[in-house]
Design a binder for this molecule. Structure first.
Ligand SMILES: [Zn+2]
Length: 119
């Protein structure tokens, strides 16, 4: 990864790092479903972390996905010319920013499996 990409990744909002590492946290709204002409139905979802909006359009008979479009926050995409960071690099940035867990914060399943120790 180039120095420019390293710098960009280290400066983007924490929510963007989390969404790039975990995937978006799509939430529904009460008004998310809408009907369209010509046998299509759609839904709009918003990511609760980064506020990206996803719109899915379906055939209302077969329920097959026809189109999916995203509306990204203006500064979400990497600047043109920068190489795309690999998944492992995003994961490294995620952990670089993550808080250290206390023993009491560890999920019970990890305690049961003896897979984790608090720092
Ligand atoms: Zn997101």
């Amino acid at each position: 990864m180039s120095d420019l990409t390293v710098n960009w990744l280290s400066e983007i909002p924490a929510a963007y790092v989390r969404c790039r590492s975990l995937g978006h946290a799509w939430i529904e709204g009460g008004d998310m479903r809408f009907r369209l002409a010509r046998g299509h139905v759609g839904r709009a979802l918003t990511c609760e972390r980064c506020q990206m909006v996803r719109v899915d359009l379906y055939d209302s008979n077969s329920m097959e996905l026809i189109k999916r479009r995203y509306s990204r926050p203006l500064d979400y995409d990497k600047p043109k010319g920068l190489e795309r960071p690999m998944g492992v690099e995003i994961t490294a940035e995620f952990f670089a920013r993550a808080a250290t867990a206390k023993a009491a914060d560890l999920p019970e399943v990890l305690k049961q499996l003896s897979l984790a120790q608090a720092a």
